[in-house]
Design a protein around this ligand. Structure first.
Ligand SMILES: Nc1ncnc2c1ncn2[C@@H]1O[C@H](COP(=O)(O)OP(=O)(O)O)[C@@H](O)[C@H]1O
Ligand SMILES: [Mg+2]
Length: 444
């Protein structure tokens, strides 16, 4: 039974209804309600709400404002990317289009304040007006006076108005060096596993029992919780894989009580789905299509998922060089990459005690100069690269195919690690006709 939200001045039935949709966020919702106070009371001038993605920040704030029918303007700073748009949208939502029309072209913050005052002299607030700005960190890129101005808007326009800023970034990164009015801070912590279970289980499938759905969610979280805690992603995954989970039930091969059997059937699917969380290499439709073509070439799927990663020609060689640098011991470079290395005895070269495959140990970090040495050796016969190698390296890092190791301040000796799988590098090598197996120490 969810705790009941309480605050005088709001209809009780609505608060009860809200508590229903704000599960696991009762504490934050009641704090916010307490800050807001009764509708006609002045509330604190600005509130700063922060927390990771999908922790329910927007959900809670907007649910409160819409369900309690409070006058508000809610917008994202992504859409209102200029102050002009922002002012226009706020005035439009609070006072209607005629207010927005009063703004001059390229309105400054003081124009906004002037129009706001003019409008609220005509329509004084009988209850608190709220301005909700999502992705508030983007405000920092607009005029320097915008953020401090919004934080004390209540005082500037002399109206019962509260500005609520939502962000994933902590307040310390916002505070201008010149100081400003400090908003009240409200943190939304991450959902725990049990809370995710509770929230996700709420929307069960109409043709199955809530218990079945709940055990499905339990399985799902068991697989994904360690890699993904984003409620939105998890919800998407839950919807995507539920039919697969129910397949044995549909075919009459299992009972609802056979959770173990159902688990065994769905687990490999979930594991495969895990490869595409966050990267979202395929759309949901493509994913379902792939699941349909199940029988065909299972081994190739890993590759086909990557097949559309289209890299520039030399980037492919850079990646190959990075792979070789990560998986070959540095002392073997001479043998592989020096043209006239003379006779290096195979027995010297292969150390007997090195039983463990480097592939089992995972990629090792390597310095930039080693990468470049190997790179120039493997592109050798092909045309000499003209494009900037360094920018291609940083693109590979951005694409997360390479990992940059070490601290930002160590500019002189950057180290990297190759982050792609063997299958992936095979596929890449094939596209440039490079026989990588001949250069890998483990395959000798
Ligand atoms: N406690 C909750 N109960 C039900 N749904 C929730 C809850 N918290 C978040 N959600 C849902 O999860 C999604 C992401 O939440 P959102 O409020 O947009 O996150 P944030 O703004 O913190 O990034 C939304 O679809 C929202 O409806
Ligand atoms: Mg949000």
């Amino acid at each position: 039974m969810p705790a009941v939200l309480q605050c005088p001045g709001y209809p009780e039935a609505k608060l009860r209804c809200l508590a229903e949709s704000l599960q696991c966020r009762e504490v934050q919702a009641s704090t916010l309600l307490a800050l807001m106070g009764e509708p006609q009371q002045y509330s604190y001038p600005s509130v700063f709400i922060y927390g990771h993605r999908a922790t329910g920040k927007s959900h809670v704030v907007l649910a409160l404002l819409t369900e309690l029918e409070l006058p508000h303007a809610a917008m994202s700073c992504v859409e209102c990317f200029s102050r002009g748009l922002l002012f226009e949208q706020v005035l439009m939502a609070l006072f209607g289009p005629e207010a927005a029309a009063l703004l001059p072209r390229c309105a400054s913050f003081s124009d906004f304040v002037r129009v706001y005052r003019q409008m609220c002299a005509q329509e004084p607030a009988d209850q608190t007006r709220y301005i909700v700005l999502e992705r508030a960190e983007l405000l920092r890129n607009m005029e320097a006076n915008l953020l401090p101005g919004l934080l004390r808007l209540q005082e500037l326009v002399d109206d019962n108005v509260t500005v609520i800023l939502l962000s994933e970034i902590v307040w310390d990164k916002f505070r201008p060096s010149t100081g400003c009015f400090e908003p009240l801070l409200l943190h939304f912590p991450d959902y725990t596993k049990a809370e995710l279970q509770q929230i996700l289980s709420r929307h069960s499938h109409p043709s199955y029992t809530p218990e079945l759905y709940s055990s499905y969610i339990n399985i799902l979280l068991g697989v994904f919780y360690s890699v993904c805690r984003d409620l939105r992603e998890l919800r998407h995954l839950a919807a995507l894989n539920f039919t697969k989970f129910c397949e044995p039930l549909e075919k009459g091969e299992a009972q609802e009580s056979d959770t173990h059997k159902l688990w065994r059937r769905v687990e490999p699917h979930l594991k495969r789905a895990m490869q595409t969380v966050y990267l979202r290499e395929v759309s949901s439709v493509q994913w379902e299509q792939q699941q349909m073509d199940e029988k065909e070439a299972t081994a190739l799927r890993g590759l086909s998922a990557h097949a559309h990663v289209e890299l520039p020609y030399y980037s492919k060689f850079l990646l190959i060089a990075a792979y070789l640098a990560s998986y070959n011991p540095a002392r073997t470079d001479r043998r592989f990459f020096l043209k006239h290395h003379g006779k290096i005895k195979k027995t010297n070269f292969l150390k007997k005690h090195e039983k463990t495959s480097n592939h089992l140990l995972g990629p090792k970090p390597f310095p930039l100069d080693r990468l470049l040495a190997i790179f120039y050796s493997v592109v050798d016969s092909r045309v000499a690269p003209t494009a900037s190698i360094f920018s291609q390296i940083s693109s590979l890092v951005t694409l997360q195919l390479l990992t940059h190791i070490g601290h930002d301040d160590q500019l002189d000796t950057p180290k990297y690690k190759c982050a792609v799988s063997l299958d992936f590098i095979f596929a890449i090598s094939r596209t440039v006709n490079f026989d990588i197996v001949r250069y890998l120490y483990d395959f000798l």
